[in-house]
Ligand binder design. Structure first.
Ligand SMILES: [Cu+2]
Length: 350
């Protein structure tokens, strides 16, 4: 019975934060009223719950809170800086501008885009990161399709890449860049492939991935808010692969995306080819930091025998190791669509 009252408290609290974030001093009197006042009603049972909406009786506390909140707008700025990459099409004045937004599924398209600077002009000066000025990642929003591409630089800051969206649906495109004079950032924009779309369920949590006869296992756990060591081990036909080839200055590239909003997370490889200590497999080590509990999709690019392949995993952050195969966190599966059976129910390592 307390739930509605708690909800109202929570919503009222949000209203305060929101008002503070906007810096709306004049609104504080209205929206800033209730938060503490409803707390005692947790013990009040049905009465508190029943009158949950009439929260305007917290005037005194509201004035106090209002005073505090209007004095501090910094929390909102801090929150913006902590926002993971890839969620915004524009950040720090830099904007990703697709020149083509709608693409026919299955048809190779010369996809073009610019990144504009705070002065509104296309950026033409980027720092090289991992051998490239622009890393361009495209995923289906259900996180089952992944492409890691490298666009060509054209005149006037226009970048072009041959892009095929294999199926109808909504996709997220990321430009992982480092404009000279700014800081590294990842901008994201949605792309659309017209047609009937049946989203797939999130693949089950697994520590093993198979791709083209290669088996890749994942060791290590994602811990929210901490740099988490992940070790990926590549084998083929049961034998460890010890002659991985450098690709973009590393033996592997790992992209981590958060299920639910497709936040793009920073992952740092541990060591690089030629540093005298990093071996060409079978293990590739990364440090990943995820901001929250929940499910993440991990995409590992590695090169062997001249071909780059991608192994993909679903990993759960913030829970004990050895997660049980649990479909609980999957998005509501499309009842008419393909069932999850097309994902190999590979057992996890341990
Ligand atoms: Cu890249």
């Amino acid at each position: 019975m307390n739930t509605p009252a708690k909800l109202v408290t929570y919503v009222a609290g949000l209203a305060v934060v929101f008002g503070a974030a906007l810096g709306v001093g004049s609104a504080v009197g209205e929206v800033g009223a209730p938060p503490r006042a409803t707390a005692p009603s947790e013990g009040a049972g049905p009465a508190g719950a029943g009158h949950g909406e009439s929260t305007s009786h917290g005037g005194q506390n509201g004035d106090q809170n209002g005073g505090q909140n209007s004095a501090t707008t910094k929390p909102a700025q801090a929150a913006a800086q902590d926002t993971p990459g890839g969620l915004q099409v524009s950040q720090n004045g830099y904007t990703l501008t697709p020149l083509t937004a709608t693409i026919k599924p299955g048809e190779p398209t010369d996809f073009a885009f610019t990144v504009t600077a705070p002065d509104g002009r296309p950026v033409t000066d980027f720092q090289v990161q991992h051998d490239k000025k622009v890393h361009f990642i495209v995923v289906s929003r259900d996180l089952t399709i992944f492409q890691h591409l490298h666009p060509e630089e054209g005149a006037n800051g226009v970048w072009t890449v041959k892009l095929t969206l294999p199926e109808a649906g909504v996709y997220r495109a990321y430009a992982d860049i480092f404009p000279t004079g700014a800081s590294a950032l990842t901008l994201g924009a949605d792309l659309f492939a017209a047609g009937d779309y049946a989203p797939k369920a999130l693949p089950q949590v697994s520590r093993t991935a198979e791709v083209d006869g290669y088996t890749v296992t994942l060791d290590g756990d994602l811990t929210p808010g901490k740099s988490s060591k992940l070790t990926l081990k590549v084998s083929k036909d049961g034998k460890p692969v010890t002659d991985l080839q450098p690709y973009l200055g590393a033996y592997g590239h790992l992209v981590a995306l958060r299920a639910g909003d497709l936040a793009y997370l920073h992952v740092h490889p541990d060591g690089e080819p030629g540093d005298g200590k990093t071996k060409p497999g079978p293990e590739i080590t990364f440090y990943a930091e995820v901001p929250s509990t929940g499910d993440y999709r991990l995409f590992l690019d590695f090169q062997h025998d001249g071909t780059v392949r991608t192994a993909d995993f679903t990993a759960r952050a913030g829970q004990a190791a050895a997660p049980a195969a649990s479909p609980a966190a999957t998005p509501s599966a499309d009842p008419s669509g393909s069932p999850a059976s097309d994902h190999d129910s590979t057992p996890h390592g341990h």
